[in-house]
Design a protein around this ligand. Structure first.
Ligand code: ADP
Ligand code: MG
Length: 328
């Protein structure tokens, strides 16, 4: 019998891909959000789920952060298409042992993200369960004058760029798992905060949309998500490890806990920065636009012919997150 550990997450998705699509589906399964034809232009549609024991430990997450994050990660997928978020449905699966403070915290966190990103809550579903599950579905639209950007579209010779810095969420997760994070000061607090309250780069996605050839948000890790761009685009990529913007807050924490910050920046997930590919002649304008949107932009490598993502000089232990591969 073939089990999920043999198949992997992406083979599961592929099995559904065969029965998806339809006349109004411009981009179906396989991107950060679906792109659908709609009377006023096009509509974006995405969903992401947070599951207790897999994405968070109920004992180690504030309900407020959980509510915030459940919406922010969906907004990030809309941002990665160059879109603006719109309407959300929130579905909750809750054990009956959950207390009312938890529900209120969750709602307040969700509300904070909704206000920050201009999202309107339009409905949802609530069921009993053995573990906590928070699922959000979110619509989006492409602002006037913009265009949607898929994962496919990267071409050999394009530059690979990423907003801001990487590895903070992974550093925060490592701190959480280590349990004791006293004595790590402002840097430790910044990492924990980055893990709990990821920021979706909506303005940056829109600022990039008319210039980039492909875009994705970094949810699985830089190498894994660049791998998704490469697979969709039929190209390979070469990363320059020295050019990767490793979050400065990682240094002391990594030394204390005994890990390599570069590992967090290359393989750690959930930073929700935007990873994009751009023709060299458009980089200057892209950088100006991203700066105007409030973020930095680093060139971390380039797209090459082939299908591999390589990091010359670095032994890559793993390429990011796959839900059914324990060693991923
Ligand atoms: P992201 O990390 O951007 O949220 P995922 O890796 O979760 O993207 O999903 C990749 C693609 O696969 C998306 O287009 C998503 O809609 C699709 N997908 C994931 N699971 C399923 C499923 N069970 N059925 C259909 N499509 C799926
Ligand atoms: Mg995504």
């Amino acid at each position: 019998m073939t089990r999920l550990t043999d198949l992997g997450e992406f083979a599961v998705i592929d099995r559904f891909a065969g029965s998806a699509g339809g006349p109004s589906v411009i981009v179906g399964i396989g991107d950060d959000a679906a792109v659908l034809e709609s009377p006023g232009g096009c509509m974006l549609l995405t969903t992401d789920m947070l599951v207790e024991g897999r994405h968070f430990l109920a004992s180690r997450i504030e309900p407020h952060a959980l509510g915030y994050k459940a919406l922010a990660v969906n907004v990030s997928d809309i941002a990665a298409m160059g879109g603006a978020p719109g309407y959300a449905l929130v579905s909750l699966a809750l054990p009956d042992s959950v207390d009312v403070e938890f529900i209120d915290g969750l709602r307040e966190g969700f509300q904070q993200a909704a206000e920050q990103y201009g999202v309107t809550l339009a409905g949802g579903d609530t069921v009993g369960s053995t573990v906590i599950v928070v699922n959000v579905a979110l619509t989006g639209s492409i602002p006037h004058g913009g265009r949607w950007v898929a994962r496919a579209g990267a071409r050999a010779g394009d530059l690979v760029c990423v907003t801001n810095s990487l590895g903070r969420s992974d550093g925060g997760l490592r701190l959480l798992l280590a349990g004791d994070h006293t004595g790590l000061g402002a840097d430790g607090a910044a990492l924990l905060h980055a893990h709990a309250y990821p920021q979706a780069r909506v303005a940056e996605g829109q600022a990039a949309s008319s210039l980039v050839s492909a875009m994705i948000d970094v949810s699985d890790g830089l190498l894994a998500d660049l791998g998704h761009i490469c697979t969709a685009s039929g190209v390979g990529a070469e990363i320059d490890a020295d050019a990767v913007p490793v979050a400065s807050e990682l240094a002391a924490v990594a030394a204390a806990l005994g890990f390599n910050p570069l590992e967090s920046a290359l393989g750690g997930g959930e930073d929700y920065e935007l990873l994009m590919t751009v023709a060299p002649e458009s980089f200057g304008e892209l950088e100006t636009n991203i700066r105007a949107a409030g973020s930095d932009l680093a060139i971390v490598g380039r797209i090459v012919e082939g299908s591999e993502v390589s990091v010359p000089g670095v032994a890559v232990a793993h390429l990011g997150w796959d839900h059914f591969h324990a060693d991923a």
